[in-house]
Design a protein around this ligand. Structure first.
Ligand code: C5P
Length: 231
């Protein structure tokens, strides 16, 4: 099991592109994340490919559906032997509990986390959705609901951790934080961002980094640098 807190987002569209990239980072100390684009185009074969490279996998499919459907989807995802899977907290407590229930009866038990408010959303876009609370208060609400529903942790922005942590009972609750940008790197479409160092200082258990690594000419070097900054 990797000691690194880094999860590299494999946001590619094909197996071939993924293989080329995995070859470049072979042996690096990190985990990898498979999201909707890659899993939709490549299917479970992508999991077999990554297993060849011996990286632990976060299958980031962000399930959000009726409880019965999510229960079945989680069962199928766990069956792939991945390290972490996730659902959207906005699916509600009954949906999250149905997800958890699927793992109780499964031989494979990946970590199960809940996405709170996507780190790409800014305040204006958030209000447009009709929420009355601030982003921070809504994230806190979802975090507490996720804990009550038996989730192992949440996906949130690094600067939201300090607002949530004091209210949680589970000391081992995981904070997975995307929206990470090394200093001087473009924010792209992310809104609520942090540097790798800051994210860990704020209490992130795992940081998710995509484009700053996948678009680099020397991704392994960037991984080593981030590991150095965050260990
Ligand atoms: O390239 P970048 O570092 O922005 O990639 C971030 C990754 O984290 C993407 O794969 C995205 O789907 C994922 N993610 C996110 N915000 C969340 C949850 C996941 O950006 N709340």
């Amino acid at each position: 099991m990797s000691k690194s807190k880094l999860i590299v987002a494999l946001d590619f569209s094909t197996i071939e592109e993924s293989r080329l990239f995995l070859d470049k980072i072979r042996g690096a100390d990190c985990r990898v994340k498979v999201g909707k684009e890659l899993f939709t185009s490549a299917g479970p074969k992508i999991i077999d490919l990554i297993n060849e490279f011996e990286f632990e996998i976060f299958l980031d499919l962000k399930f959000h559906d009726i409880p019965n459907t999510v229960n079945k989807a989680v069962k199928a995802a766990a069956g792939l032997g991945v390290w972490m899977i996730n659902v959207h907290a906005s699916g509600g407590k009954r949906m999250m509990m149905a997800a958890k229930e699927a793992l109780i009866s499964s031989n494979q038990k990946p970590l199960l986390t809940a996405v709170t408010i996507l780190t790409s959303l800014n305040n204006e876009e958030f209000l447009e959705l009709g929420y009355k609370a601030s982003i921070e208060n809504q994230v806190k609400k979802y975090a507490l609901l996720a804990e009550e529903s038996g989730m192992d942790g949440i996906v949130c922005s690094a600067d939201e951790i300090k607002l949530i942590k004091p209210f949680l009972i589970n000391n081992n609750f995981k904070f997975v934080t995307p929206g990470i940008r090394p200093k001087n790197y473009s924010s792209n479409d992310q809104s609520r961002i942090a540097t790798p160092e800051n994210a860990i200082a704020e209490g992130s258990s795992f940081i998710v980094v995509g484009r700053p690594i996948t678009l680099s000419n020397n991704p392994k070097e960037v991984i080593d640098l981030i590991n150095k900054e965050t260990s």
